[in-house]
Ligand binder design. Structure first.
Ligand SMILES: C[S@@+](CC[C@H](N)C(=O)[O-])C[C@H]1O[C@@H](n2cnc3c(N)ncnc32)[C@H](O)[C@@H]1O
Length: 289
């Protein structure tokens, strides 16, 4: 950054309450993510990484920059990247994937007037570094082996560009694949030719099934052209206020086909919200109309 005269000293001090309020209100409005005052140290830690890179040595100078006309264009996306929580893993909450193939797909198939003549469309909403959509792609590919008429494609979206870049590459440390069954690893994860490199890459077949895109659930006007059969939005809305959760899920409902399914994370519930959904399994909901 060239237009900030402050010299980086390596110490950032503490964020003032006024700056914390400015950041947290903006992040809530822009990304839906709630940051109570108890998260001040967390926010400081995350922003410090950006400040170090930009050689800015106080939170007030960073705040001034990020909310300036220049900063809004060049820094805001990085700030949003820095504050998102991206924890994920292959086969996270694995009973969801069993329920998907044992119950959801047979149910959808029996409801469908067209039989299997249309590809199923699955949306991994808040996909982080790609483990969730690639798990879906592996599980659905296995299902296709036994049901050859079945086909699918997956849209995977996130608000964070850094995780999307990693997800598109589809390269993971071997240590991160311990939750993937051996047979699936063999079929869908390619080892590096260099045995020194403990990494795998998702096979081209699997990567082809997943399309990654940037999308913010808080944008009221986002558009996905087609209706979706199944949405996985797990461990995302836990950070949102009740009213934002309701708005976000209502838009998901509009995107789902009648009878379509919504999977939330295991600690996320929809009690007390008025939505056209019926619970069919722990944290799995079906659109009623
Ligand atoms: C904790 S990860 C969950 C990843 C995956 N769904 C799972 O359960 O393993 C939450 C993801 O939601 C994304 N996210 C947070 N707020 C968002 C928003 N407003 N719009 C879109 N994605 C958002 C974050 O960037 C992050 O990658």
């Amino acid at each position: 950054m060239t237009n900030n005269p402050e010299v980086h000293t390596g110490t950032f001090g503490s964020m003032s309450e006024a700056d914390f309020r400015k950041f947290s209100e903006f992040i809530l409005h822009e990304a839906g993510i709630q940051l109570p005052i108890t998260k001040k140290i967390l926010l400081e830690g995350r922003l410090q990484k950006r400040m170090r890179l930009l050689k800015i040595n106080s939170f007030s100078a960073y705040s001034e920059y990020v909310f300036s006309p220049d900063g809004q264009i060049s820094e805001l996306p990085h700030m949003i990247d820095a504050i998102t929580t991206n924890k994920t893993e292959f086969f996270r909450e694995s009973d969801h994937f069993t329920y998907l193939t044992k119950t959801v797909l047979p149910e959808l198939k029996s409801d469908r007037e067209l039989g299997d003549n249309r590809r199923y469309f699955v949306w991994s909403a808040g996909c982080s570094t790609g483990e969730e959509p690639y798990t879906l792609a592996m599980v659905l590919s296995e299902y296709k082996k036994k049901n050859p008429a079945f086909d699918f494609r997956i849209l995977a979206t996130d608000i964070c560009n850094t995780v999307l870049d990693k997800a598109r590459k589809g390269i993971y440390d071997v240590s991160k694949t311990s939750t993937v069954p051996m047979a699936l690893k063999k079929d869908y994860m390619l080892k590096s030719r260099n045995p020194e490199q403990k990494i795998v890459r998702m096979s081209p077949d699997i990567r082809m099934k997943v399309k990654f895109a940037w999308l913010n659930f808080m944008a009221h006007d986002y558009q996905i052209r087609e209706k979706v059969d199944i949405i996985f939005c797990r461990n995302v809305i836990i950070y949102f206020s009740k009213s934002d959760q309701e708005q976000v899920i209502l838009r998901f409902c509009n995107q789902l086909i009648p009878g379509g399914y919504l999977f939330l994370g295991h600690s996320e519930t929809l009690t007390g919200v008025n939505l056209p959904l019926t619970q069919v399994f722990p944290t799995v909901y079906r659109k009623t109309t």
